[in-house]
Design a protein around this ligand. Structure first.
Ligand code: NOJ
Length: 554
């Protein structure tokens, strides 16, 4: 089963083609450039690549405003280049996931152009219209402060259209069976071209009822099963990774109580408490969030991430908790976004402090689920806060200290390469970190290798062990007669913790340190007493290294 459900023990790397590698010197990354960098990703230990939208688009929301779902934007190459890329990834044993953005289209999409200009257009009912401005038009904006409304008047249709996001992203009427059929067609197309699944954008909005009279939209959860069924008929091992920032009580509605809906979902609930934990040196809300998001079908999986291409959304923390994270990681207004989040990359948030970076990534790689790494994070890339909104964290990959960080031969790139200061390409780049055995890049590579040898984390049951200190998170995983224990000290000061692992087979009293020579033997009361340095982390195998022989098949 383990090799079949590849996503349960995968390491996902998220990138946008635009910002990764420019092969033709036009200042924009492309598929040919990305394909040449596949050996780098393979060497890092990445097992799946998630591509952000690369289809034709006016590019007003970094590609999340698609104007042709069946194309590659000419700036990034051709469909031929895309297929060469998926083939090259497959040759290296790497899977490809792509963004599926079907909650809305660009307003330039021919469907919308036809729908707005002709009441009899077959596409008219593909969008959501109202003759009058609905009462709730100034509610439910996803980008508050930037987006003013969710209903905008179209002068051509002489009607208002609904847009959950920016006004140039009209929502598709996903209740329309023709729209649903088209979504399946889009999935079928890309599956045929070699992808292993989709990161589905804005899932709660895709399945929500939409319309001028809808005040509390109900979700049409059966749609998720339809997507899943279709995909698995076409390609049995393909998956959907849902972007759904929902409350734990709703998790099972997305996964499906019988495991028949989304295979994967990002764990936003844990993400926010993780950042609170790092900010306040308090592991308790994180431990609680892990418990609250624990129940799911065996085949379902969480995507665990630190930062992504959007702002760090702190919207579901309490006001005090949110303030604590702002104070620690984004005190300046220029670092914040949409009244709820922080737009910085992780490394500057942590002042480039290696100990805290290792702590954060050690957490990401050992919380229950599949880690999703963002491009550039493996070299601790920085951000450019002079760029608007979320663009600050979408700058070109820094490959070397050559011109434009080795990203492009062009004099001008789509966004400027970060240059100068502590995070400039002159000092933060792949080539330099490759040469340095102690670099962050080499640390990430080693941690990925170890994580791949710990399927207990991807598959196992996780409980948090009581310790004597609130700043320390102690997790125990059990899977097929094997157990591991992972400790993290979120505080700057060293901590001594005393804890019991609980019953195990084999040599119960022994914890073998997987990353350092610091094993632990329990005392006669079965207690371990371990000193963790400030921001320290420890990965242990319980009961010695005979674990592979002890591992059972069920
Ligand atoms: C969520 C994406 O992550 C974000 O980048 C985008 O702006 C919105 N969905 C709209 O597609």
């Amino acid at each position: 089963m383990i090799s079949d459900l590849w996503y349960k023990n995968a390491v996902v790397y998220c990138l946008s083609v635009e910002s990764f590698m420019d092969s033709d010197g036009d200042g924009v990354g492309d598929f040919r450039g990305l394909t040449r960098r596949l050996d780098y990703l393979h060497g890092l230990g990445v097992t799946a690549v998630w591509l952000m939208p690369f289809q034709a688009s006016p590019g007003r929301d970094d590609g999340y405003d698609v104007s042709d779902f069946y194309s590659v934007d000419p700036r990034y190459g051709t469909l031929g280049d895309f297929v060469e890329f998926t083939h090259a990834a497959k040759q290296r044993g790497m899977r490809v996931l792509i963004d599926l953005v079907v909650n809305h289209t660009s307003d330039q999409h021919p469907w919308f152009q036809s729908a707005r200009s002709d009441p009899k257009s077959p596409y008219r009912d593909w969008y959501v219209w109202s003759d009058k401005k609905p009462k709730n038009a100034d509610q439910g904006m996803v980008f508050p402060g930037v987006q003013k409304t969710t209903w905008t008047r179209d002068p051509i249709a002489k009607k208002y259209y609904f847009h959950r996001f920016y006004e140039f992203q009209p929502d598709l009427n996903t209740s329309n069976p023709h729209v649903q059929a088209e979504i399946l067609r889009i999935m079928g197309f890309w599956i045929q071209l070699g992808v292993s699944g989709f990161r589905m954008d804005a899932v709660p909005f895709v399945i929500a009822e939409k319309g001028p009279d809808v005040s509390t939209p109900k979700e049409q959860f059966q749609m998720l099963r339809t997507f899943r069924e279709f995909l698995q008929w076409r390609k049995g091992d393909s998956v959907i990774l849902a972007e759904a920032n929902v409350l734990p009580d709703d998790d099972m509605k997305y996964f499906g109580v019988d495991g028949d809906r989304m295979q994967m979902m990002f764990n936003f609930h844990v993400n926010q408490r993780l950042f609170y934990g790092l900010a306040a040196a308090d592991a308790r809300p994180l431990a609680k969030a892990l418990k609250e998001t624990q129940s799911k079908y065996d085949t379902a999986q969480w995507g665990i991430f630190l930062r992504n291409h959007d702002e760090l959304d702190l919207g579901r923390l309490s006001p005090e908790q949110r303030q604590a994270v702002f104070d620690a990681f984004g005190p300046d207004k220029t670092m914040q976004l949409y009244d709820r989040g922080i737009r910085r990359r992780l490394a500057p948030m942590l002042d480039g402090d290696r100990r805290r970076l290792e702590l954060a990534y050690s957490l990401m790689f050992t919380l229950p689920g599949t880690p999703v790494l963002r491009y550039g994070d493996e070299i601790a890339m920085g951000d450019d806060l002079s760029l608007p909104e979320r663009n600050c964290a979408r700058t070109p990959m820094q490959w070397s200290s050559e011109k434009q960080g080795g990203f492009s031969k062009a004099d001008k790139t789509f966004l400027p390469v970060i240059s100068g200061g502590g995070f400039g390409f002159e000092t933060v780049n792949v080539a330099q970190q490759r040469r340095d055995p102690n670099s962050f890049l080499n640390w990430i590579e080693r941690i990925i290798r170890m994580r791949q040898e710990l399927p207990e984390i991807g598959w196992g049951d996780c409980v948090s062990l009581p310790t004597s200190d609130d700043a320390v998170l102690a997790l125990r995983y059990d899977w097929r007669n094997n157990a591991v224990v992972i400790l993290h000290n979120l505080a700057a000061e060293p901590k001594e913790v005393v804890f019991r692992v609980g019953p195990v087979d084999g040599e119960p009293g022994r914890l073998v340190d997987l990353l350092a020579q610091a094993h632990s033997e329990a005392d006669e009361d079965d207690r371990h007493r371990i000193v963790l340095e400030g921001y320290g982390y420890r990965w242990f195998r319980v009961g010695g290294l005979n674990y592979l022989l002890d591992r059972s098949d069920i």
